[in-house]
Design a protein. Sequence first.
Length: 99
Amino acid sequence: MAKVAVSGQSLRDLTADMAVYPQTIKNVRVRERTPLDQIPEVQQAIQMAEQDLDGDGRVVVRYSGTEALVRVMVEAESEDKMRRIADEIASAVQRTLGI
């Protein structure tokens, strides 16, 4: 049974505290698939991004399943912050693994 029916609340009430942030995805072409957790510069960029977001956003960095790409997805409170963080991580990937 759906939570809306079980709770007796409207969908609007159940989603009232849900924040929707701007999101971007940057693709970076890479020459090899070195595990991202083994690249200190990339790990540092991700850690700095997560500290900057301080729980108000999300960062996902992963290899594409079908192409020689790293996908950098960032959600943040503001579009400026989102773009800045995505650019910083993508630049770290480009410097270390990029074509």
